[in-house]
Unconditional design. Structure first.
Length: 146
């Protein structure tokens, strides 16, 4: 997805099918036009901290919300969450764990590290579309950032 100067939603998802469904759900509900999709936690950290291939970005230009998968290659969602909460520039960034993991330990650890919301992806299509719509509506349109 092409990056614009202002990103409303950063989707970090390694599964192409889940990413496509999420993007379709957001667009179908007119939630956001400025979405960037990244495939792993390593890319997400580079993007959010304006490093490597994203060094042209300003670290001050953060998305309204990060939709973060938990189980990813290279750097997993928990590692990304921890790194973001440790830095002043990103510690207040809204992060929604959007994952298929229902494991209690994953939920507990996500909240302990400062996730704003933990949502388990519904398996059936209509439920998934509704969940993504609700996430986008709240975090992009209603939520006020500090």
């Amino acid at each position: 997805m092409k990056e614009s100067k202002f990103v409303e939603i950063l989707l970090v998802e390694d599964n192409d099918q889940d990413a496509e469904l999420t993007l379709r759900a957001l667009k179908k509900n007119n939630i956001s036009n400025n979405i960037v999709r990244l495939r792993n936690g390593e890319e997400a950290l580079a993007f959010l901290f304006a490093k490597d291939e994203y060094d042209h970005r300003s670290i001050k230009d953060q998305p309204k919300v990060v939709l973060l998968d938990l189980k990813m290659p290279k750097v997993d969602g928990l590692e990304v969450l921890k790194a973001l909460r440790e830095k002043e520039e990103t510690k207040a960034l809204p992060i929604v764990m959007l994952t298929s993991s229902k494991e209690e330990q994953d939920i507990i650890e996500s909240y302990a590290l400062g996730v704003n919301s933990y949502i388990v992806k519904p398996v059936e299509f209509d439920g998934f579309i509704k969940s993504v719509r609700d996430i986008g509506f709240y975090w992009v349109l209603l939520n006020e950032k500090p």
